[in-house]
Design a protein around this ligand. Structure first.
Ligand SMILES: CC(C)(COP(=O)(O)OP(=O)(O)OC[C@H]1O[C@@H](n2cnc3c(N)ncnc32)[C@H](O)[C@@H]1OP(=O)(O)O)[C@@H](O)C(=O)NCCC(=O)NCCS
Length: 157
């Protein structure tokens, strides 16, 4: 059980070593993540001491920066960790020149409602996709001067 006082650190996963890989597999045991090693990517972890409190990814594929895999362990939820993981990924893509950032998920997904719309993501059907109520929906965040200005206010680095 995590102490209320445990400091949560949100960091980019450096090295992707065997110990991280084991923790990553266990964290997503019920929904295994695709291998991102063939494309530019970064993982962000929220750590409470040695424990993985949250995890997420961003990758660059087909000309798009895409966020995926946002999950916070049940005992660490509703403490702002998902917001911090999302802000960290947005900053990461912006620092690499992203003009847009994307993600896909179903309607009604709590991840969308709580963690992404606040940043300004809007639902868009990308060229070449067929979007309807039965498919995953794509959301796009345009990187604007306003976003750069507002991001630290939304979620401090
Ligand atoms: C959705 C999820 C990522 C949210 O993580 P979190 O760290 O609890 O979210 P945050 O604390 O950053 O909350 C962000 C906002 O959403 C709200 N929120 C979070 N959980 C909520 C809930 N259950 N009901 C209503 N609002 C909620 C918070 O109040 C906060 O808004 P606020 O800043 O205006 O108060 C987490 O619940 C989760 O991991 N769910 C399972 C997702 C999953 O397993 N996906 C599969 C991946 S393979």
């Amino acid at each position: 059980m995590a102490s209320e006082e445990t400091e949560i650190k949100v960091v980019r996963v450096a090295g992707e070593d065997a110990s991280w890989r084991r923790a990553f597999k266990a964290f997503y045991a019920d929904c295994p993540r695709p291998d991102r090693s063939a494309v530019p990517h970064a993982y962000f972890a929220a750590r409470a001491g040695r424990k993985l409190a949250g995890h997420s990814e961003i990758y660059f594929d087909g000309g798009r920066w895409v966020m995926d895999g946002l999950r916070v362990a049940a005992e660490f939820r509703e403490r702002g960790i998902a917001k911090r993981l999302t802000a960290a990924r947005i900053r990461y893509a912006m620092e690499r020149g992203a003009k847009e950032i994307w993600y896909a998920c179903d309607d009604g997904n709590l991840v969308t409602i709580c963690c992404h719309l606040r940043f300004g993501f809007k639902k868009v059907c990308p060229t070449g996709h067929t979007c309807n109520a039965a498919t995953a929906h794509w959301y796009r965040l345009k990187v604007t001067k306003k976003l750069r200005k507002d991001l630290d206010g939304l979620v401090p680095a």
